[in-house]
Ligand binder design. Sequence first.
Ligand SMILES: Cc1ncc(COP(=O)(O)O)c(C=O)c1O
Length: 426
Amino acid sequence: MMKYNELSKEQRDAELSALWEDMNAIKEKGLQLNMARGVPSPEQLALSKEMLNVLYAEADCTAEDGTDCRNYGVMDGIPECKRLMADVLGVTPDMVMIGGNSSLNMMFDTISCFMNHPVVPGNPAWSLIPDRKFLCPVPGYDRHFGVTGYFGFEMIPVMMDDNGPDMDKVEELIQDPSVKGMWCVPKYSNPTGISYSDEVVRRIAAMKPAAPDFRLMWDNAYCIHDLTDEHDEILNIFEECEKTGNVDMPIEFCSTSKITFPGSGVAAMAASENNMRVIKEKYQYQTIGYDKLNMLRHVRFFGDYEGMKAHMKKHAAVLKPRFDVVLSKLGTLEDTGAVWFNHPRGGYFVSVNVMDGTAKRVVALCKEAGVNLTGAGATYPYGNDPYDSNIRIAPSFPSLEELSSAMDVFCICARIAALEKMNALI
Ligand SMILES: Cc1ncc(COP(=O)(O)O)c(C=O)c1O
């Protein structure tokens, strides 16, 4: 196979009609496959099923400080769960608050809090800044963009490369005092799968934003979600910010959604004393306390951080073959020169850049063939991918056989869309 840009018009047409034959044969199969969202497979969920047996009717539900976890109380989490999640977050337990079942919920709450209550006393709350802005490294996580969009921030895309966000651009943009924060998924980023380099983390920690209430939303959602033993390591943002006198800048989040059960895990956040004071004041009115039985269940199931890391190896054993299928199928497209994709060492996604101007077409073609993908553009604020190129593939949920069929469809559709585009351009 030659690179598509080296084909003559006749060769392109011949290739297109062969591909359409394949496509029509696939359509007749009436496939119904889904690679749209990063959802653990039933096999992965089964890995945590024993957690449901940990708290049986006669079990002792007393936390180590004597709290009866069946009852009201303890706003920021039982001590043993704070300790466990502190290890996951790379901080000390006093910096941690345990929330409910969703870290996204805690991120939403945090921004909601700063909208109405100044995070830096004496500064206006964010809702009082009419032209408030948030930096959004792209491609990124659509639900982050949903949160800042909902709260009326103008979202400014900043391109990501293999090392993280374009820091020259970030350093320029933070000179504007109405830029109030930045979304970051520092490890195995959603969707590109890259981890921030040490240099990028150090530059982030050393930033001097014009806004004293600029906050980093450090969403460490994939902090222990390695696919292989050779995994990425990132610098600890709090340690780096300690060195630069910026310890109030980061707020870190994580959850066990993709460790135990999504929607029934435990979420946690870590922040400096100053930030926590403002955040906890809000939580104090918002809740009497989150689900302590679930916290206890998690702690008893894992024992400690080492237990949790051992559990993640079981996830990796299920996930790695799925990523391998996706990557080897995408490898067959490389000869066309029409796609670029990453080789993540962890996380939940493979980010594919198809030929510029064809992502929407690829997603639509896949849909026609019964394969559901994340909408093109979803990885950009306002759903607007200026290149119409990025597609996020989520390999976790389908079985290996389904994934293999779905990727065959994807590859055919990416080829068709590229050839159509070239025919239209040339
Ligand atoms: C980067 C990132 N953050 C947060 C979440 C959601 O986390 P939670 O289930 O804890 O709300 C996801 C889920 O896909 C994610 O990819």
